[in-house]
Write a protein that binds this ligand. Structure first.
Ligand code: SAH
Ligand code: SF4
Ligand code: F3S
Length: 441
């Protein structure tokens, strides 16, 4: 009898891409994907360790798995991903429900770990690698039109708040050929959008090619394919890369460019390696070269020693750049990082209030930007029915904005030209202007 597995995924897109890699590895070894948690012989959580609340969520899930295991004592439970790497044997020692702990660079060992677990032996593998990129593994993707493609792993930036260099190890890139052949395959299977992933894609290098070359090569595969990428670090955003985005219609004019804090003093403490002025200058160059570009960012409120003045500089930077969207977080101290030793001196209620001010301001800006789009035309890629109603489609613009339109004779994966008729801070609503078109832009 073939055994079945089920993986629940948390955290960033790289974790979602890793889950597809793990499914690829296990499928190759004869495991089936279970339809749901309850029917699986082995369940895994692919975990995130970026902030404490991400880990608390996982502990919550583990208590649920305890119930499942009571009903089925043969059930195997495994922890994958960043929390596995961060907590290692502590997870096995403190959580008796856990049978397997496997870090992000050890997924090739999973079939052996699972075999042992079915024989009643607990197992742990958490070695980080300088070379593992899973370049040869074919990720098992459920059918769809949009795919995540990891092009690099790890991070060497060591921002002082961040646990990723410890959970994902050193930076390393896949080969350009490996990525291109994977994307060619996806395009042939009908995928219409790929997002190239890395913690810091701008420093991609396979020894011969930089990220601008990779992006250009991927864009050349098929004009019907939208090409996205994330995340960009401001330090490595080269003019060559900006030119590559500007020069290709099917490379989306959308850049996620985290700035974290508007204060030079805090940026220095964070080891972000750029100043406010450098960041603003970069944004100016991007906006000049890529008209209509959409920008989003990440912000941390309440980093150690952050003052009201520092916080106001963050708000002022938001006003100045006018991002289309932002991911905003309360600072969460992480063991092993340099910021851990700086203490956590901003009281929680102050962090909360600052975060709320940031969110309120950003919501207003997103609303204004979206309102200004009313009356304009956009080409959207249809993703499926909207969450609200089956009578509506959800599509996405080049700038990654969600658009709701009335349902018509279209199929998922079609490009449709629409006119924007109304907007909230998060969603645009449109009417159909023309029938299906085939090109991404
Ligand atoms: N590689 C990306 C970010 C990956 S983590 C980059 O450098 O931009 C995603 C976001 O989580 C970060 O941009 C940061 O805003 C936030 N983050 C990371 N560590 C954090 C911490 N300890 N507390 C709060 N937010 C954090
Ligand atoms: Fe973390 Fe900084 Fe690396 Fe991003 S660039 S993953 S924030 S260390
Ligand atoms: Fe979380 Fe690991 Fe991604 S810590 S954000 S899952 S790299």
């Amino acid at each position: 009898m073939r055994r079945s597995i089920y993986i629940e995924t948390y955290g960033c897109q790289m974790n979602f891409a890793d889950t597809e890699i793990v499914n690829g590895i296990l499928n190759e070894q004869g495991y089936e994907l279970a339809a749901d948690l309850e029917s699986a012989d082995a369940i895994f959580v692919n975990t995130c360790a970026i902030r404490d609340n991400a880990e608390q969520r996982i502990y919550g899930r583990l208590s649920n798995f305890e119930h499942l295991k009571k009903r089925n004592p043969h059930l195997v439970v495994g922890i994958l991903g960043c929390m596995a790497e961060r907590l290692r044997e502590n997870l096995l020692e403190q959580k008796s429900v856990v049978d397997i702990v496997c870090g992000p660079d050890e997924y090739r060992k999973l079939p052996a770990l699972i075999d042992e677990a079915f024989q009643g032996e607990k197992g742990i593998r958490t070695q980080l690698s300088r070379v593992e990129t899973y370049d040869d593994i074919v990720p098992l993707r459920t059918e769809g039109i949009s795919a995540w493609v990891s092009v690099m792993r790890g991070c060497d930036k060591f921002c002082t708040f961040c646990v990723v260099p410890f959970t994902r190890g050193r930076e390393r890139s896949r080969t350009l050929e490996g990525v291109v052949s994977e994307v060619r395959d996806l395009a042939a299977r009908g995928f219409r959008e790929v997002t190239l992933l890395g913690q810091n894609v701008n420093s991609y290098s396979d020894g011969e090619h930089d990220f601008a070359s990779l992006l250009t090569a991927v864009a050349a595969i098929d004009p019907r394919l939208r090409v996205r990428f994330t995340t960009s670090h401001p330090q490595d955003m080269s003019d060559r890369l900006i030119e590559a985005i500007a020069a290709h219609e099917n490379i989306c004019s959308y850049i996620h460019l985290p700035f974290q804090s508007g204060s030079d003093r805090v940026l220095e403490l964070m080891n972000r390696t750029y100043t406010r002025e450098h960041y603003l200058d970069l944004v100016r160059r991007i906006k000049e070269r890529i008209p209509g570009v959409a920008l989003s960012t990440d912000i941390i409120a309440g980093f150690p020693t952050e003052t009201e003045e520092d916080h106001r500089e963050t708000l002022a930077l938001l006003e100045e750049v006018r991002f289309d969207g932002a991911y905003m977080f309360k600072y969460s101290p992480r063991e092993k990082t340099r910021a851990w030793k700086m203490g956590d001196d901003v009281p929680d209620e102050v962090k909360g209030r600052r975060l709320e001010e940031i969110i309120d301001l950003q919501r207003r800006i997103s609303y204004e930007i979206n309102q200004a789009m009313i009356g304009g035309n956009e080409r959207i890629l249809l993703e499926g029915p909207s969450k609200r109603s089956d009578a509506e489609w959800l599509g996405r613009t080049d700038a990654n904005k969600s658009v709701i339109i009335p349902k018509a004779e279209f199929a998922v994966g079609d490009y449709v030209d629409v006119r924007i008729v109304s907007a909230t801070s998060a969603t645009l609503f449109g009417t159909i202007v023309s029938q299906v078109v085939t090109e991404a832009a």
